[in-house]
Design a protein around this ligand. Structure first.
Ligand SMILES: Cc1cc2nc3c(=O)[nH]c(=O)nc-3n(C[C@H](O)[C@H](O)[C@H](O)COP(=O)(O)O)c2cc1C
Length: 505
């Protein structure tokens, strides 16, 4: 099969790093001048369960696990330069995963160097180094099975002869390049890199051999990278920790203050809705010895991206980005969904968005549906709400006379989702819903429509209802943020307290 564009000659790469090599860090490294960026090691068993989802709102491709967790997020900007690193000990499973991501990445890499238990326990990572037959089987399967370059990252073996022997075997499988971390399996980052091994390996094979630049205090600027390249005769180099501490190390015009780098990082983290805990981890690595500073403490206390944005004085940027994404979400939803009824199993669905401004302040579709069901002597409508994990949006089903109705569009709060379901039900049954400009149906008395407080002739019950509605209308807006944090909500609204505001968590 034809190899893709990446030749791996004369390049500077962001090394694979668990938790660090997620999308924001990769894009940042590319902006600063890295030629190639590796993702964090992703384990084949977990990836094989994922499905590929085009995220039109974020303009990304997401590989989503059955529990809705995004395992790998990538985008067009890095497509030609991102290397997908996997942890595997099984040729067939490796191929399944490689084919899953093949059209979205520039190359596939197999981790054969990680000495950490989470990698070695399944025979993956550095455990593979003692099973060259397995290495060969995995790499051959991948090279013949996908149309993009395949590479691997190894550590050196106890003797030079063994190391050269292994790399020659690896070369014969047809891989495009091999990255050599010049330390033995049981050596740690504080130990020096064995440059003599790397040099001998480079001379013994004709495929590009990457060198792992030793980050520790040796590489702080792009000039240091070039000096390392010259000193070792390496054509391609790979940086891990020095890039993790300050990704602008790739910049040919000089390294930037880490404060600026953190801000650049956060712009990508917010833009791509990176998980707050992952962003926190990366920012803590950048803060290094300042992790106990006031900023560090505020960062550590933050639980959400909004709180991180506050710590960094980027609240306005964060909010503008959130608003932009919401507008996009809304327009995508309404442009892709039909506004005529469609049956989904036993549920009648329609694409309806609840727009608060279309109704008088004290009136909601739920109220109309309730009043109508009372008039018709039916059981009160029952609401059931679910929340999806990927964006924490809500959808509701309303059941009336044993029939179910749902909007196909997702809403930002439980209450809005219930209102949208009520609108679907009302529209399908041809019942007025109380919108501004709609002819007065008489379903809700004029006083309620106008939202007036008690006047002569109003019963206390009516006033109480009006007050309840009024409270709800204010809280609907206020509750948006807090409701959005509910994990999975199943509500059964309107039993005895129609339209009562939800309990705060
Ligand atoms: C936080 C962290 C995570 C790492 N995760 C991976 C990984 O997922 N896959 C891998 O092959 N190596 C991983 N490594 C090893 C690095 O890619 C690199 O080989 C090592 O850190 C030595 O390079 P350095 O001196 O530039 O840090 C990781 C290193 C660090 C510091």
């Amino acid at each position: 099969m034809m190899a893709g564009r990446l030749s791996f000659r004369n390049i500077t790469a962001l090394a694979p790093m668990v938790r660090v090599g997620t999308l924001p860090m990769r894009l940042l490294a590319l902006d600063y001048g890295a030629d190639v960026v590796y993702c964090e090691e992703l384990i084949d068993i977990k990836m094989a369960q994922c499905h590929r989802v085009v995220n039109e709102v974020l303009e990304t491709v997401d590989f989503v696990a059955p529990d809705d967790r995004v395992m790998f997020r990538t985008c067009e900007k890095e497509k030609d330069r991102v290397v997908f690193q996997m942890g595997t000990a099984d040729p067939d499973r490796a191929l399944i995963v490689a084919r899953l991501v093949e059209n979205d990445v520039a190359a596939i890499d197999v981790n054969m160097g990680c000495p950490k238990e989470y990698s070695t326990k399944g025979g993956m990572g550095a455990a593979l180094l003692s099973d060259p037959d397995k290495i060969e089987a995995i790499l051959r399967k991948l090279v013949t099975g996908v149309s993009i370059p395949v590479t691997c990252k190894i550590r050196i073996l106890p003797s030079l002869e063994e190391t050269i022997g292994l790399v020659r075997r690896i070369e014969k499988t047809g891989v495009t390049a091999v990255a050599v971390h010049g330390r033995f399996k049981d050596e740690r980052p504080r130990h020096p890199v064995h440059c003599d091994y790397i040099q001998a390996v480079s001379q013994a094979v004709s495929i590009p051999v990457y060198r792992q630049v030793r980050s520790l205090d040796l590489v702080k600027t792009n000039k240091d990278i070039e000096e390392f390249r010259k000193a070792t005769g390496a054509s391609s180099v790979m940086l891990a920790r020095s890039a993790m501490w300050n990704a602008s190390v790739f910049r040919s015009r000089g390294t930037l203050p880490v404060e600026e780098v953190m801000e650049d990082y956060l712009k990508y983290a917010f833009r791509y809705e990176n998980h707050a805990f992952n962003s926190k981890y990366c920012l803590c690595q950048m803060l290094r010895d300042k992790v106990e500073s006031p900023l560090g403490k505020q960062l550590q206390a933050a639980q959400t991206n909004a709180e991180i944005s506050e710590a960094y004085g980027m609240k306005e940027f964060y909010q503008q980005n959130q608003d932009r994404l919401q507008t996009k979400r809304d327009s995508l939803q309404s442009s892709t969904q039909p506004d005529r009824p469609v049956m989904d199993g036993d549920v009648t669905t329609m694409a309806v968005k609840f727009e608060r401004r279309e109704y008088p302040p004290h009136i909601t579709p739920k109220m109309f549906l309730l009043e109508w069901s009372r008039k018709e002597k039916l059981e009160q409508p029952q609401y059931e709400v679910v929340q999806r994990a990927q964006d924490r949006a809500f959808q509701a089903i309303v059941t009336l006379s044993k029939k179910k109705y749902r909007s196909t569009l997702w809403e930002k709060s439980k209450k809005f989702a219930e209102q949208a379901a009520a609108v679907v039900c009302l529209r399908i049954l041809g019942i007025p819903e109380g919108r501004i400009g709609e002819e007065d149906s008489g379903l809700i008395c004029k006083r309620k429509r106008d939202g007036k407080t008690m006047t002569n002739g109003t019963t206390e019950g009516e006033e109480a209802t009006i007050k309840r509605r009024s409270t709800e209308n204010t809280q609907e807006t206020e509750n948006l943020e807090s409701e959005a944090t509910v994990a999975v909500a199943v509500a059964n609204g309107d039993h005895h307290e129609p339209d009562a505001p939800p309990k705060r968590p």
